[in-house]
Design a protein around this ligand. Structure first.
Ligand code: F6R
Length: 609
């Protein structure tokens, strides 16, 4: 979603702003802009479309300066237009970039109009610009003007503000949206995401909820929400620049699909070294996990499907009651909470607002045992959780989640084994067998990746279709849901995932020769059931595309196409079966020529509800 970058330095900051905005592109956006202090004026360039187009306009305008802010906007309040793009400027004197949503913007807009302010956009952000301007007029102090403005505003924000007569000063603040400060040599930076600053610095401090910071070239002053001067710890980011680059690949999604063997082995590594012990989840984990009576998983989208898979594992291996809920539903429901249940939040980005708010709600309901499984260090959700497990997938740039999903699955599997051990449900030989399956998993995933040429042939067929059904049973039902989600989000083909046994309760009515039906058919206890469900489809003229394990002896017949996935890997089979559905979606999108990494209307980090 929206991205912020800003800099105050001794040299021209425009290259840093443009580079930062390019690195934020993956979050999803529809317009971009920068504002720079130049020859005593705030000069601004905004464009709808890509950062590259805005960059061209910046060059043509000859923008340069030592203080500036930039933004990529994902429209919420007001359409995708240039006047709605950030930065927003008030009376040529104050410029603001903003992530988040101001809830009482209508009310404040009316008050500002009464004071004579004229609005040029439909955004909530312009309210912030005018409000800061108003308070700056009376106080003459930018920091104070920002604080007074924020007192009047309700909602979520990360902002960066500059003033025309403060050539060496920027004020930033956060509440509900991430924001970090980068420390350079005679320079300070601000960004919503560390990747935006990597070419300038790796040394960062994360602002906390309610913090306001003032940055000059060589000074950083932070006050907490109570106005007390505070220091935040320094972090040195280990995100590698190469993980943010495409290399030999055409798309980030393709790169990330193919990185899965490594992402999985990096995530599993610690367990292979030290065993499946509670320390994987932090020093407090043993005490906390020993006491729990159940598990409540909260997540959105693909992460929610990872949670659905985990429920099968947690109940069957660890024998612990488990509930999985979409975070945006949970947070607004009157929940009959059992505070002795462990709350597990799953999030690639660690920023998803609904998941963060669901976690806060769970804590307010009395849950003290909280665990975040996340791929982005120091992001909001792990920071709000008592225990943390970081998946080691590396940066995931493509909007459609792939390697984050499969690494979440192995993290959840490891959690399940740890809980099972603490509950005395498995012995050492069983644990050794699970470790062995984990050890071999990256190899099986590589084998599944090698199926791509066969999947490309199917993709040719799917690219002509308008609809598709995905079927699975048991622990593979969430993989059917994930396959349908991947296909719809990057190819715009309408797709639905169903538990195969549910077919005759409704969706079978949709089946005809035009509806391809993908079946996840591992060689597990439900295989014969799945075969019967496939007969139901064939009898209605439906064409089947089956992903079947090597050892499940499936034959091709008319209307039944089969691709053989690796030999059944037991309980971790959903990880292997996730690969072909990702490849099918990716290759179908290629044939349809859609924007694979930035599908329309979607954003990578969903920081608004
Ligand atoms: C789908 C996808 C989304 C995310 C969802 C949650 O491919 O990527 O459905 O899974 O927006 O995001 P995180 O995991 O960052 O909380």
């Amino acid at each position: 979603m929206c991205g912020i970058v800003g800099a105050v330095a001794g040299a021209d900051v425009v290259p840093v702003l443009l580079d930062g905005l390019k690195r934020l592109e993956y979050r999803g956006y529809d317009s971009a802009g920068v504002a720079v202090l130049m020859q005593g004026e705030i000069r601004r360039v905004r464009k709808i479309g890509r950062v590259a187009e805005m960059e061209q306009a910046v060059k043509e305008a000859g923008l340069a300066g030592t203080l500036g802010i930039g933004h990529t906007r994902w429209a919420t309040h007001g359409g995708v237009t240039e006047p709605n793009a950030h930065p927003h400027v008030s009376n040529g004197q104050i410029a603001v970039v903003h992530n988040g949503i101001i809830e009482n913007h209508d009310e404040e807009r009316e008050k500002l109009k009464a004071l004579g302010y004229v609005f040029e956009s439909q955004t909530d952000t312009e309210v912030i610009a005018h409000l800061v301007h108003h308070h700056y007029q009376t106080s003459g102090n930018l920091f104070k003007a920002v604080r007074l403005s924020l007192i009047q505003l309700r909602g979520a924000y990360a902002i960066a503000v500059i003033a025309v007569d403060q050539p060496d000063r920027m004020v930033c603040a956060r509440m509900g949206c991430p924001l970090l400060i980068g420390l350079g040599e005679g320079a300070h930076y601000v960004a919503s995401d560390v990747s935006a600053l990597l070419s300038a610095t790796r040394r960062v401090v994360y602002l906390e909820e309610g913090d306001i910071a003032e940055l000059t070239r060589d000074h950083l002053h932070i006050e907490d929400q109570h106005g007390r001067h505070t220091r935040r710890p320094l972090h040195v980011s280990d995100v590698s620049l190469s993980s943010l680059e495409l290399g030999q690949f055409r798309h980030y999604m393709q790169k990330e699909i193919h990185e899965q063997p490594k992402a999985l082995s990096d995530t599993i590594d610690q367990a292979l070294e030290d065993g499946l012990t509670s320390t994987l989840f932090g020093p407090e984990a043993e005490t906390i996990l020993r006491d729990i009576e159940g598990v409540q998983i909260l997540a959105c989208g693909t992460s929610y499907y990872a949670g659905m898979v985990a429920r099968y594992w947690l109940e069957s291996i660890a024998g612990i009651p488990t509930n999985v809920e979409i975070a945006s539903e949970y947070r607004y429901r009157e929940v009959a909470a059992n505070p002795r249940h462990l709350v597990v939040t799953l999030s690639q980005s660690g920023e998803t607002l609904d998941t963060l708010e669901a976690l806060k709600y769970a804590i307010a309901l009395g849950h003290q045992a909280t665990l975040s499984i996340c791929n982005v260090r120091e992001s909001a959700i792990p920071r709000a959780s008592r225990m943390v497990f970081y998946t080691r997938a590396g940066a995931e740039i493509g909007v459609a989640s792939t390697k984050a999903f499969t690494t979440q699955l192995v993290a959840l599997f490891m959690l399940c084994v740890v809980i099972a051990k603490l509950r005395g449900r498995i012995d050492a030989s069983k644990e050794a067998a699970y470790l062995d399956t984990l050890r071999h998993l990256p190899g099986s995933v590589q084998h599944a990746l090698n199926l791509e040429p066969q999947i490309c042939v199917w993709a040719e067929h799917f690219a002509q279709k308008s609809h598709a059904l995905f079927l699975g049973r048991g622990v593979h039902y969430p993989i059917a849901l994930e396959g349908a989600l991947k296909l719809k989000e990057i190819t715009y083909i309408h797709a639905e995932g169903y538990p195969a046994g549910e077919l005759k309760h409704g969706p079978l009515a949709l089946v005809d020769a035009d509806m391809p039906v993908v079946v996840i058919a591992p060689n597990d206890a439900l295989l014969e059931k799945v075969k019967s469900n496939m007969q139901e489809v064939r009898a209605r003229g439906g064409e089947l595309f089956v992903f079947a394990d090597l050892d499940s002896h499936f034959g091709e017949q008319e209307g039944v196409h089969v691709i053989r996935t690796p030999r059944h890997v037991g309980l971790l089979s959903p990880v292997v079966h996730a690969i072909p559905v990702q490849l099918l979606a990716y290759n179908t999108a290629l044939k349809r020529g859609t924007d694979v990494d930035k599908p329309r209307n979607l954003a990578k980090s969903v920081t608004v509800e």
